[in-house]
Design a protein around this ligand. Structure first.
Ligand code: G6P
Length: 614
């Protein structure tokens, strides 16, 4: 939530910052703004809406300066507006600040500052922090960096911050707690700073990920200096970025979401590479290998996640319980952390998160850790906060996911979780050799089967056309297809704003059936498997009420074809792996419907990809 970019060095800052903000727009797009230092002046340009609005606003203006900060906002305190847009400046105009996070005690600080005579132009918590820093500079006579340190000791909450000041024009000061911040080290005193590495990657591969409660001073003459909040100097740990520029560009597709949907044969292949060999009959997740003994002896595994990642966790519950016979509980991170959960050192808590930055998931993990549990992570973003605080984990290797609606990250999560379930089952002896071998072969064949479904794009687009004007939709599935139904419904509502609900097919009788009319599309997963006949009965129930049925079936199915309005065939696959295939048509359906409804597919309203606030 909220994207931060900053630059100091020899080059013009504005183009670097604006390009970076566009890369970070997935983190929020309620407003965008920049502040630049030029010839001793600190100039701010801010506009409600997307970065494009800011560009329109600045067109024709000669925006100069080789030190600057920029921000793209996902509103928390204060509605989206020009005034509430970052950067915020001090009342004397000497400092400007960008912030991602929430200052929870901003109200009390604000009233204290008001009593000292300060006035405020916005409703934001960030302006309060900016003026608090100004007040400390005024009263203590310290530098902006020192004042920031003092201020951060007073605030409660989460932050990634970059500060620019007139008095120290050769420096940017950055700090973080709970919200991510990466520093890029360029040539000849060039420094970059951003919420993730995507704005930095084309300038340098040398980065430092800031840790919680660290302050960095990026000085174009004196270099990079790192301190703890208590002023202890630290040595920066410089890492080399593996990210490639092509991975964060659209590559000829109309939208990132479409590109990412089509990348899935490759991303799933990347996810299993080196971890699975069907002909030799082994599976190995290096990242968690050392913890497998502990996991199979554990009384239970608790999977915590939010959004789409929570749906992947639900799929994993079926996989791990059935194959490895270990009790699995799936929790929304936001609920788990606030209900005094019973956890002890025998528990294994696994966080699933694409970004590795989701505030609730991070906090839930920290809670589990404090109670002695072993904490593991399944993340996509390398070097993310969750991947760094966990005892061990496995990356999904899906590559950067930029579309706000998660697609390839979901299938990569399910793939890693399938590998994990198989590995645990083998170690525990709960799977026969023959079944193990069959499943490895099936898993290895998934990328090619995903491609076969993607090749049906035109057919799926045609079906989308029929339902683009629906107001409501129902998604039904049983067993491990129930989470796929939830995910299908989430995709549709996120990007096309059609109200959609996912339901266990049999539960339909207990409520949603009342909604079924001729107008209601009902998307059903009716692939071959133990509950096939039961799902067919549920489809009959929908049909009897004249609902429109769009069914995902196994190739060659004749029964459902006779009842449904449309069928989408997917290749035959082991029942445990159905979610990896059945989810693909739903992604394409949502995509096409959203495009036909003229919705902004990659940046749906009110959403953000990385939710770094509670
Ligand atoms: C946001 C995103 C979703 C994502 C969820 C959890 O809501 O829009 O796509 O599933 O956060 O994010 P995570 O990065 O933890 O998987």
């Amino acid at each position: 939530m909220c994207g931060i970019v900053a630059y100091i060095g020899q080059k013009e800052a504005y183009p670097i910052i604006v390009k970076g903000l566009k890369r970070l727009e997935y983190r929020g797009y309620d407003s965008a703004g920049v502040a630049l230092l030029h010839n001793g002046d600190l100039n701010l340009y801010k506009k409600q809406g997307k970065v494009a609005n800011l560009e329109e606003f600045t067109e024709g203006k000669n925006i100069l300066g080789n030190a600057g900060i920029g921000h793209t906002r996902w509103a928390t305190h204060g509605r989206p507006s020009d005034e509430n847009a970052h950067p915020h400046s001090s009342t004397n105009g000497d400092i400007a600040l960008i912030h991602n996070g929430i200052i929870e005690n901003y109200a009390s600080i604000k009233s204290e500052l008001k009593s000292k005579g300060y006035s405020f132009k916005s409703d934001t918590d960030t302006e309060v922090l900016t003026i608090l820093i100004e007040d400390i500079i005024n009263s203590e006579g310290v530098s902006p960096a020192e004042a920031l340190k003092f201020a951060l000791k007073q605030v409660i909450g989460a932050y990634a911050i970059v500060l620019l000041s007139k008095s120290n024009p050769d420096q940017l000061v950055a700090a973080r707690k709970s919200s991510p911040l990466v520093i890029g080290i360029g040539k000849e005193g060039d420094f970059y700073c951003a919420s993730d590495a995507t704005p930095i990657i084309e300038y340098t591969k040398k980065v430092v990920y800031l840790e919680d409660e660290e302050i960095a001073i990026l000085d174009r003459n004196a270099g990079l200096k790192l301190y703890s909040l208590d002023d202890v100097a630290k040595t920066p740990y410089i890492q080399k970025l593996a990210l490639k520029l092509e991975a964060i560009e659209k590559g000829g597709y109309d939208h990132f979401m479409l590109k990412e949907i089509h990348e899935q044969p490759r991303s799933i292949k990347d996810c299993v590479r080196g971890r699975l060999n069907a002909s030799e009959g082994w599976v190995s997740l290096g990242g968690i290998k050392d913890y497998e003994d502990k996991i199979i002896k554990a009384q239970r595994i608790i999977l915590i996640a939010c959004g789409t990642s929570w749906h992947a966790a639900l799929v994993a519950e079926y996989l791990i319980e059935d194959l490895a016979r270990i009790n699995v509980e799936v929790e929304y991170a936001s609920e788990f952390r606030y209900r005094n959960p019973i956890i002890n050192e025998n528990d294994i808590v696994i966080a699933i998160s694409q970004s590795g930055e989701t505030a609730d998931t991070l906090a839930a993990l920290e809670l589990a850790k404090s109670k002695g549990a072993t904490i593991l992570g399944i993340c996509n973003v390398v070097g993310s906060s969750i991947s760094r605080i966990t005892d061990a984990g496995s990356y999904t290797h899906a590559g950067p996911e930029i579309g706000v609606a998660s697609t390839k990250a979901f299938t990569a999560q399910v793939t890693v979780l399938s590998l994990m379930a198989l590995s645990l089952a083998k170690k525990k002896g709960t799977i026969s050799d023959s079944k193990f071998r069959v499943m490895l072969t099936e898993l290895e064949a998934i990328p090619q089967k995903v491609q076969q479904i993607l090749d049906k794009n035109d057919e799926i687009k045609f079906i989308s056309e029929q339902y683009k004007d629906a107001s409501n939709a129902l998604y039904l599935g049983r067993g491990n297809s129930f989470p796929v139904a939830l995910e299908g419904a989430l995709k549709l509502k996120e990007i096309s704003y059609i109200h959609a609900e996912g339901y266990p097919a049999a539960e339909m009788k207990h409520g949603p059936i009342a909604l079924i009319t001729e107008e209601m599309p009902v998307f059903v997963i009716a692939t071959q498997g133990p509950s096939y006949e039961k799902v067919v009965s549920n489809i009959q129930e929908v049909s009897a009420r004249k609902g429109k049925i769009i069914a995902i079936v196994t190739e060659g199915d004749k029964v459902v074809r006779n009842i449904a309005d449309h069928v989408i065939e997917i290749p035959e696959v082991n029942e445990h792996l159905v979610p990896l295939l059945a989810t693909i048509p739903f992604q394409l359906l949502s995509y096409h419907i959203a495009v036909m409804r003229d919705c902004n597919v990659d940046q749906p309203r009110n959403l953000a990809k990385s939710v770094t606030v509670e």
